[in-house]
Design a protein. Structure first.
Length: 264
């Protein structure tokens, strides 16, 4: 999964992990956390810090374990929040008229994808999404341009939305992912020509303030749904971040179909 900057979050997790580890080692492990905390005040600061340092150097796995537990808890909280937020943004997620649609526009299940053309994980998902569409004639796909990795990503996203005005969004979208290497302005214009786009018109349409507005709307929606990286998927009441295999994608589609049918 490709992330936008999350250094501050990782730092906070690391500080918490170190704090937990330090308090835990101040006394034998069978002591209650509160007893360990009190015991920490009974030794000089230098000695206490040396204990922490020595222990962590001998047992670095403690930090990894603490970080994993904290991350799992945070992921659970984010998932719960995302489901709550999704209820309030159903129309923006599934029915936004500005979002390009692929597959069957009248299908009985919708999968929404947030992606970046320079995300390697999105690139691996592209053929799987195409395969899922071919395997399921009732699958509707909503594309959410979410360029978070580079200026080239932003240019590509604007070009794709401009291509939608010429009725060639899906062809352009797929062609961009078939292109190897970094997606930048040169490659975007090259691909646009190969799929039969009027490149001059596309470049003019890219300047439309409405396209910038679409990207801003997608960015705010992703933040609200706790989608912090790419790719991100929404189906039914499920919000997920990260790539999956074809079986995982089909399972997500099945859950989405069940959820949509249950509200009819």
């Amino acid at each position: 999964m490709a992330y936008r900057s999350s250094a501050s979050r990782l730092l906070a997790l690391a500080v918490l992990a170190l704090g937990i580890a330090g308090l835990w080692i101040a006394k034998p492990s069978e002591l209650h956390f509160a007893d360990a905390a009190r015991a920490a005040t009974d030794v000089p600061q230098d000695e206490f810090e040396q204990r922490i340092r020595s222990y962590l150097l001998s047992h670095p796995e403690v930090i990894a374990e603490a970080l994993n537990r904290l991350q799992a808890k945070q992921d659970e909280q984010d998932a719960a929040t995302a489901k709550s937020v999704l209820k309030a943004h159903i129309a923006d997620v599934f029915l936004d008229p500005d979002s390009p649609v692929g597959g069957n526009p009248n299908g009985n299940v919708t999968v929404v994808e947030f992606f970046d053309y320079n995300c390697p994980y999105c690139r691996t998902m592209a053929p799987l999404m195409e395969k899922a569409e071919a395997a399921d004639p009732q699958l509707r796909i909503v594309y959410k341009e979410f360029p978070i990795l580079s200026p080239g990503s932003v240019f590509a996203a604007k070009a794709a939305l401009a291509a939608n005005k010429q009725g060639k969004y899906v062809a352009f979208h797929r062609a961009l992912y078939q292109n190897r290497g970094q997606v930048d302005e040169r490659k975007v214009l090259e691909v646009a020509g190969t799929v039969g786009l009027d490149v001059a018109r596309m470049k003019a349409d890219m300047q439309d303030a409405a396209i910038e507005g679409m990207l801003d709307k997608n960015n705010k929606l992703a933040q609200a749904l706790r989608i912090t990286g790419t790719p991100g998927f929404v189906a039914g009441d499920e919000v997920r971040t990260g790539a999956t295999d074809f079986n995982g994608l089909q399972a997500l589609i099945s859950k989405g179909r069940e959820a949509q049918q249950s509200v009819k």
